[in-house]
Design a protein around this ligand. Structure first.
Ligand SMILES: [Zn+2]
Length: 182
């Protein structure tokens, strides 16, 4: 199908996903996007509705997730179902050039140049919101990571960050499949 959910082979038996406009409208506006993920992860949901600040609370534990928080994560404040193109427009505006957006009371939208990059980004965002939420539940405030420590963290490169992590999860899925089939 095309970005508007129309296609000659769709026939009667297929219905496009309700929130197809999130994907279609981003693909139209951002040619660099090779993949758009929209999901409803629980930790991001709770962080969003509790208005917990998404700070870089850890360092080497997950460097890409830390950088994500350091660079700032846009928050889309509306909680509606994005089932029409005009409802996707304000979301895309708030995302700007960023590859990730927290949608308050709803979920997350993540882009990447490939399926691998977008997926690993979404997983890293999960790791960030999970840690932030668990720290918030202890009632303590995570101290700042020093500028010196942040500065020392290397850029591990996309092979390490995306390809290997992707392979790990694919392998894990296969093993799970194997386990279930026995
Ligand atoms: Zn949704």
């Amino acid at each position: 199908m095309d970005f508007d959910g129309k296609g000659p082979h769709k026939g009667e038996q297929y219905q496009v996903p309700n929130e197809l406009p999130i994907h279609g409208e981003i693909y139209k506006k951002r040619p660099e996007a090779g993949c758009v993920i929209h999901a409803h992860p629980k930790e991001a949901l709770i962080c969003g509705i509790s208005e917990i600040e998404l700070r870089p609370i850890f360092g080497a534990f997950n460097i890409p997730a830390m950088r994500m928080a350091l660079e700032g994560i846009p928050v889309f404040p509306r909680s509606y179902l994005v089932n029409r193109p005009e409802l996707a427009a304000p979301l895309i505006e708030i995302m700007g050039e960023k590859p990730i957006c927290l949608m308050k009371g709803h979920g997350i939208t993540v882009t990447g140049k490939s399926v691998e990059e977008a997926t690993v980004r979404a997983l890293n965002f999960n790791a960030l919101t999970r840690a932030i939420l668990q720290v918030a539940q202890t009632g303590r405030r995570a101290p700042e990571i020093s500028a010196e420590d942040i500065e020392k963290l290397p850029d591990l490169g996309s092979t390490f960050t995306d390809t290997w992590v992707w392979r790990y999860y694919v392998r894990k899925l296969k093993e799970e499949d194997l386990r279930l089939s026995h």
